[in-house]
Unconditional design. Structure first.
Length: 275
């Protein structure tokens, strides 16, 4: 299986290193949407979609607070479908999408792949289509799934993976791709683990936001730390999972990265073969 790391949506909030840990506090931070493209024997699998072509063409449909403060760059060339086309594939070649959760910056590209089966946790799907709290009612962007995706909802199965519970045997996917429940950021948030010839990697989604949270003495740039608190569905679960991920990352057996850290993305993408 060939694995490519794609940034499917850059965001440029003001706050510099208070957000990303890099650069001046007066500058713009660079936030990426780290997605994976897995080229399997049975077609393409996309892990998270980033922003989609609809977001880029009609940004006014996005939440005004996001446009003002998170400041997505909205470059169509960064969308997953355009990057996949540049690699010589068609949108229909993406047979499966595995989502960490359904926030707009992870599910925005769903509409570009209407033929794909979309694997998501049953809890997350419920949170998005039947939002129960003020936060759930405001965070999800229903147009992302107004086309009626071919959902495949999964539930925790009690299997174990490096001490975490895991969902194996996702229908139609190789056994080297599994889902790891990591609730906290959203009600049904998950990570996605992939076994490669060099070992396991874990896309931790938004279970954490900055590489410093995985360091031996964990810390977090203050503005992105406040943002995590503002968007958390369950504080205790989020903090418990950050601590478990820190332990996993430092154990050295699994390459752990999150969705939005630019340094983690650049390091991973540098190892991606040119397409
Ligand atoms: Zn996100």
């Amino acid at each position: 299986m060939r694995i490519r790391h794609l940034n499917c949506g850059t965001m440029r909030p003001f706050g510099g290193r208070l957000i990303s840990g890099n650069g001046s506090v007066l500058g713009q931070a660079r936030i990426v949407c780290h997605c994976l493209l897995l080229e399997t024997d049975d077609g393409l699998v996309l892990v998270d979609t980033g922003l989609g072509t609809e977001d880029v063409r009609r940004p006014k449909a996005l939440n005004p607070g996001i446009r003002t403060f998170v400041r997505p760059v909205l470059d169509e060339a960064e969308t997953a479908v355009r990057q996949i086309e540049r690699l010589g594939y068609r949108a229909e070649d993406v047979r499966h999408i595995v989502l960490t959760h359904l926030d707009f910056d992870h599910a925005g590209g769903l509409r570009d792949f209407p033929h794909a089966k979309v694997h998501v946790s049953a809890t997350e799907l419920d949170a998005a289509v039947r939002p129960a709290t003020m936060l759930e009612k405001s965070r999800y962007h229903a147009p992302d799934w107004a086309h009626g995706p071919d959902w495949v909802a999964h539930e925790a199965s009690g299997e174990r993976w490096f001490g975490f519970s895991a969902v194996r045997d996702l229908p139609g996917l190789p056994s080297s791709i599994l889902v790891v429940p990591l609730a906290g950021h959203t009600r049904g948030h998950t990570g996605v683990a992939v076994e490669t010839s060099e070992g396991w990697l874990l896309h931790a989604g938004d279970a954490y936001f900055n590489r410093a949270q995985m360091a031996p003495a964990p810390s977090c740039p203050p503005l992105i730390g406040a943002f995590q608190v503002m968007l958390q569905a369950d504080r205790a679960e989020r903090l418990r999972n950050v601590a478990r991920l820190n332990e996993l990352a430092r154990g050295g057996k699994v390459d752990v990265f999150c969705a939005h850290d630019e340094v983690e993305f650049d390091r991973a993408a540098a190892g991606t073969p040119a397409g």
